[in-house]
Ligand binder design. Structure first.
Ligand code: NAP
Ligand code: G3H
Length: 483
């Protein structure tokens, strides 16, 4: 797998370094050191990886489910044993704080085990024709679920292990083979996870990887004739690009978000402030489900802002290797420039800087902006950084209207002690999930996870992911005899 920090790709059970192209360097956003060199695969090499996946698929689909599950359990154990090694890599490769890095690996092991459990218990059904008018009991449809074939899993930088494994595990349990295209920043950690899957004993060709810049190899793989399903997590921009290129290939897309936390007048403000700060600033706001705007009732806004300010100022910022750090350098200078631009633009247009606002290198201090208006970009754009705008509203109705005016529809939170009101607001919000008295979050991983509008299409979550990457197959038995 590794020669002097050069990582190959897993193709047909072997680690192969590109024969054709010079390697890509992955540098650490923490200190600029070399994390590793990746192969930039050529079209011929990508064809080899996809052919390997295609060739292995039928035998893998026929592999007994309980044995697939055994491999998942073994891979989960190996992954857990590698938690320290992989989390150290995550810290340097994507500047994730150590605690979050360790929990990402452990959560991935749990997800694999749960996927194996669910995969073992998914069964088909038998339907008799006589439940439909004119039908007959002599007609029976035997419905099972069959794999879609070869799945292309494309993962983002912010959860290199977890958002790869949450595609790979369910795809494999459903009898598919996989080509993983990890984010370039994050690929070294992802390949370490793949090594654990391989060491667990996956047959050759069942799981393959493809590294290379998305802008260089992306179009080729997403339009490849032997890719039968695309499971993509990343930005809305790239998701829309893939969607435009692929017409008859089924997809799941988990894209960007602008999750709102709506805080009503009867909320427990200390509880809301704790949750919102955690939700907005963990891993420096680089989570699709981060709280990305607050819609606060005028009547409680002053008090809420003071409580938020006190908590934000207690956050530890800096080097992700330091214990207890929450806000770390952003993944790239491009990201830090973007976030700084949004912040500065809002201040120029009259937003009040409550706290934060400074930048050192790619580290942006956690920033609260009050009195943000709907004319400002920061009210609508996903920063993917530690900047939290507060929009004051006159009523719950106005909060819902502004929440729904967003192009995104991933999650929303409603903080209130009135469950009836919360439920009524939840019913009006155009998002995949509403969290009542909690920050937005994807887990627990057995729950459905989905975005609507520009936040995506299709549903993840262990059982939902398996179902999405399999399809029903009906065999209709028609009894003809007189016996
Ligand atoms: P990104 O830039 O869209 O990249 C995502 C993946 O797509 C990477 O593997 C990237 O490869 C690849 N890619 C780039 N261009 C491609 C192309 N033309 N064809 C195929 N693949 C291509 O996103 P990111 O910066 O890694 O992640 C941050 C974004 O993801 C945010 O918008 C965030 O909200 C969203 N996200 C959403 C969810 C969710 O579940 N809703 C979860 C996590 C993140 P390279 O790295 O080589 O460019
Ligand atoms: O970045 C997007 C992830 O799907 C968010 O997952 O809510 O567990 O941090 P999380």
């Amino acid at each position: 797998m590794m020669q002097e920090k050069t990582f190959g790709n897993l193709v047909n059970g072997e680690w192969r370094i590109s024969r054709e192209n010079p390697p890509l360097e992955v540098l650490s956003p923490v200190d600029g050191s070399l994390v590793g060199k990746l192969s930039s695969m050529s079209h011929t090499e990508l064809d080899e990886a996809i052919s390997a996946a295609k060739a292995a698929q039928k035998a893998w689909a026929a592999y007994p489910v309980y044995r697939k599950a055994q491999l998942m359990y073994r891979a989960a154990d190996l992954l857990e044993q590698m938690a320290e090694e992989i989390s150290e890599c995550l810290v340097m490769e994507i500047a994730k704080d150590k605690n979050s890095a360790v929990s990402e690996v452990k959560r991935s092991a749990d997800l694999l085990r749960y996927t194996a459990d669910v995969g073992k218990s998914l069964h088909g059904e038998a339907i008799f024709g006589d439940s439909f008018p004119g039908g007959s009991r002599d007609k029976m449809s035997c419905v099972t679920r069959v794999p879609v074939g070869t799945v292309l899993a494309i993962s983002p930088f912010n959860y290199p292990v977890n958002l790869a494994i949450s595609k790979i595990g369910p795809a494999l349990m459903g009898g598919n083979t996989v080509l993983l295209k990890p984010a370039t920043q994050g690929a070294v950690s992802a390949l370490m996870m793949v090594k654990a899957m391989q060491d667990a004993g996956l047959p050759a060709g069942v799981l393959n990887t493809a590294t290379g810049l998305g802008s260089v190899i992306g179009d080729y793989i997403v339009t490849h004739k032997d890719i039968q399903f695309i499971n993509f997590t990343g930005s809305t921009e790239v998701g829309q690009h893939i969607s435009a290129l692929t017409s008859m290939t089924p997809v799941i897309m988990e894209l960007g978000g602008k999750d709102a936390a709506i805080v009503l007048e009867d909320a427990d403000l200390d509880f809301a402030a704790d949750n919102i700060v955690d939700g907005a600033f963990s891993y420096s706001g680089q989570r699709c489900t981060a709280v990305k705007r607050i819609l606060a009732l005028d009547t409680i806004a002053d008090e809420l802002v003071e409580k938020l300010k006190a908590r934000v100022e207690r956050l530890k910022t800096g080097d992700p290797r330091e214990p207890g750090v929450t806000v770390t350098p952003l993944v790239s200078t491009k990201s830090a420039d973007f976030v700084e631009g949004l912040m500065r633009g809002a201040i120029q247009q009259g937003a009040r800087l409550v706290t934060g606002g400074q930048r050192t290198g790619n580290l942006i201090q956690p920033t609260l902006l009050d009195r943000v208006t709907t004319e400002m970009d920061v009210a609508w754009v996903e920063p993917f950084g530690p900047v939290l705008p507060i929009i004051r509203v006159a009523s719950a109705g106005e909060a819902v209207e502004i929440a729904n005016r967003s192009e995104y529809g991933l999650q929303s939170s409603v903080f209130t002690n009135n469950l009836n009101k919360a439920y009524s607001i939840a019913a009006q919000l155009e998002v995949g999930t509403v969290q009542i008295n909690n920050k937005p979050e994807r887990g627990p991983d057995n729950f459905p996870f989905l975005g609507v509008k520009s936040s995506g299409m299709g549903t993840q979550g262990v059982r939902y992911s398996i179902e999405s990457m399999t399809r029903p197959k009906a065999v209709t038995i028609n009894l003809t005899g007189d016996e």
